[in-house]
Design a binder for this molecule. Structure first.
Ligand code: SF4
Ligand code: MSK
Length: 647
């Protein structure tokens, strides 16, 4: 792959470009430089044909040596590696979900003074779904029962994931037919590791089928639990305005950046920053206030629930420190680059790890104890205040964008249908009448092998231009936010006439931000609800819909892709970011054969314009199959339509 050396090649984001220039001038290394130093990267690894799972190896498959020492061929090795990618991604999301479930249960029992149940309506819905008695019972008793069942989902001895029942009946039947309905989340991950160890499962299709089941345990299990319980505990997001990009950092305030994924700590830091005593302390050191900003998925969680500004996505983390304005960066789990520690040493920034399972050598660790959460958060904020005076030169790029964020399955439902008739009907009707051609999820990361933010935003623009509604999560959301695509004023100008009419009528932007990585589960629920609403087939695989992640990095992204595929969706990734090319059979199956079995498939395309063409063709073929492309005469909204829509 190409190595980008100058700031303009590395990112389309002006704030990133400025910071990259400054870091280069100061001779400071960042993720792009480390990528350059790694070149050329191992061709065997890229194709998925290196195996190091036993000490007869490591083995690499080549023409000269087509079999590993144990006799494993390329198909087995690629499929095993793929399964291990998926299992690791699932374990990350699901361990996040388990962490939330544990705090949820303790909070429900009244053992945590700083957390309480915020969304009682959502709690009651989930309780009913889990079969928990709700009538005349105190909220905390109901929540305790829900919490116990939720924790059980990770390790239960019998049965399948409860929330997999949210999928359309036809989908559930298909999972049953292929025996891939996910059982306990931990069990699927453990079995994945067992099956992919030396001398166990040596049939590539069998391995891929277990990758489906393991991934489904994430999408319809671990991630979905994380989302549901976070919503109940911290409040279900509702669309609101916020600001995105490094320009949200403030020269004259104490800047605390929270980075990672779990909102357990960051929610408390937000609360601590409002403490009168701490505000006074901030003023006493000459700061005008305490400014909290988010990074990566923590940022999505906080903006969508509290309107807290977002400083940047994955590739911006080191750049934020290089502004010299970050007094504390508090991190929890996932996507926290170890390189941050090195960059932080060049500035006054105090980098603090907070989760015992995620420490960095040489970095100060303040253990986040849920029982003493607010005090721990206050301690961290105080460290920021005390560090304010140690700032050296500060340079904050003057770049930020207004964004409307915080869409959920519930809020889309409500906005479309109104309080008393919350419903997907208007969306389904507008897909059927062709004003909206289809729905696409643009999700995931920000990879230095790709110009930062370019592919996510180009793809989003190409799609909305052609009347496709875009839903985003993760770092893709932040990329779209930075480029104005979640600002209705800017984005509506770029939308096709049909999509624009619908968005204007109901008051939404054409790019809907749906939260963090675990919130991809919201998209699964939304798809199921669209199917349930009727008129667009009886399974997710029939919907004119797709998923895309052209800047993926993590194992989590592959797990997400695989659970979308196993749920019936077409998913586009960049060629280089799915290491399956070393096996023709595995590639053929994941890119083609699997569609006959499960209705979804992977597609590889790195170019966002070409990816948009592929998605459009896919959407139109689904529309043809549904018979909704007959009489597709497109008409703009007239007053009668508007009256029918606005409740
Ligand atoms: Fe080599 Fe087989 Fe061991 Fe893998 S499992 S390292 S292919 S001997
Ligand atoms: S943070 S997983 S780089 S989206 Fe969720 Fe961003 Fe990908 Fe991490």
């Amino acid at each position: 792959s190409e190595v980008f050396m100058n700031p303009q090649e590395r990112s389309i984001d002006k704030a990133s470009q400025e910071m990259l220039s400054r870091m280069a001038e100061a001779g400071q290394e960042n993720v792009w430089d480390r990528l350059a130093a790694q070149m050329p990267q191992c061709g065997f690894g890229k194709q998925g044909i290196c195996c190091r799972i036993c000490t007869m190896g490591p083995c690499r498959i080549s023409k000269k040596a087509p079999l590993g020492v144990c006799g494993a061929n390329a198909d087995t090795i690629v499929a095993r590696n793929f399964l291990r990618f998926v299992a690791a991604g699932v374990s990350a999301h699901s361990d996040h979900g388990r962490g939330v479930a544990e705090v949820f249960l303790e909070a429900a029992k009244g053992e945590l003074k700083d957390y309480r149940i915020k969304d009682k309506v959502k709690l009651l819905k989930l309780a009913q779904e889990f079969g928990v008695e709700t009538k005349d019972r105190p909220v905390n008793d109901i929540a305790t029962d829900v919490g116990k069942i939720a924790i059980g989902e990770f390790g239960k001895c019998e049965g399948t994931q409860l929330m997999a029942r949210r999928a359309p009946a036809a989908r559930q039947a298909l999972w049953k037919k292929f025996d891939i309905t996910p059982r306990a989340i931990d069990r699927e991950v453990v079995e994945a590791l067992h099956r992919s160890t030396m001398g166990v499962d040596q049939d590539y299709k069998n391995l891929i089928m277990h990758a489906c089941r393991t991934a489904l345990a994430d999408g319809w299990g671990g991630s979905m639990l994380a989302t549901e319980l976070q919503d109940i505990l911290f409040g279900t997001p509702y669309p609101g305005k916020g600001e995105v990009n490094l320009g949200v950092l403030k020269k004259d305030e104490v800047n605390i950046v929270v980075h990672g994924h779990e909102p357990i700590l960051s929610e408390m830091i937000v609360a601590a920053a409002q403490d009168g005593e701490l505000l006074k302390q901030a003023q006493s050191v000459g700061a005008k206030g305490i400014n909290i900003a988010g990074m990566c998925c923590t940022a999505n969680e906080l903006l969508s629930r509290h309107g807290i500004p977002i400083a940047g996505n994955f590739l911006s983390q080191e750049l934020a420190v290089a502004t010299g304005a970050v007094d504390v960066m508090a991190v929890d789990v996932q996507c926290v680059m170890e390189g941050l520690a090195q960059v932080a040493r060049c500035y006054h920034t105090k980098l603090i790890t907070t989760v015992d399972k995620a420490r960095i050598t040489g970095v100060e660790h303040i253990s986040m104890d849920a029982k003493n959460a607010l005090n721990t958060a206050k301690k961290i904020v105080k460290m920021g205040i005390e560090n304010y005076k140690n700032r050296g030169e500060v340079y904050i790029p003057n770049e930020k964008q207004t964004a409307v964020m915080g869409f959920t399955h519930e809020s889309i439902n409500y906005i479309l249908g109104g309080r008393y008739r919350a419903s997907y009907r208007p969306l389904n009707d507008n897909i059927i009448n062709g004003r909206i051609r289809g729905v696409v999820g643009i999700v995931g990361c920000s990879n230095p092998k790709v110009q930062q933010d370019f592919t996510h935003t180009t793809l989003a623009k190409e799609l909305i231009k052609r009347d496709v509604l875009v839903l985003t999560t993760g770092c893709a959301t932040i990329a779209c936010g930075k480029q104005g695509l979640t600002n209705p004023k800017i984005a509506l100008e770029l939308a096709g006439p049909g999509l624009r009419e619908v968005c204007e009528a109901v008051g939404i932007p054409p790019v809907l931000t749906c939260g963090s990585c675990v919130d991809n589960s919201r998209l699964l629920v939304a798809c199921s609800e669209i199917v349930r609403e009727g008129g667009l087939g009886d399974d997710i695989s029939q919907l004119p819909a797709a998923g895309a992640c052209l800047e993926s990095i993590t194992e989590k992204a592959i797990a997400i892709g695989q659970y979308f595929v196993a749920s019936g969706m077409m998913v586009i990734f960049s060629n280089e970011m799915l290491p399956i090319h070393g096996s023709q059979n595995v590639s053929d199956y994941l890119l083609n054969g699997i569609e006959k079995d499960l209705g979804g498939k992977w597609v590889l395309e790195a170019d966002p314009v070409k990816a948009a063409e592929i998605i459009l063709a896919h959407i139109e073929s689904k529309r043809d199959a549904l018979g909704i492309n007959k009489k597709t005469e497109r008409k703009l909204y007239d007053m009668a339509d508007r009256r029918a829509l606005i409740i």
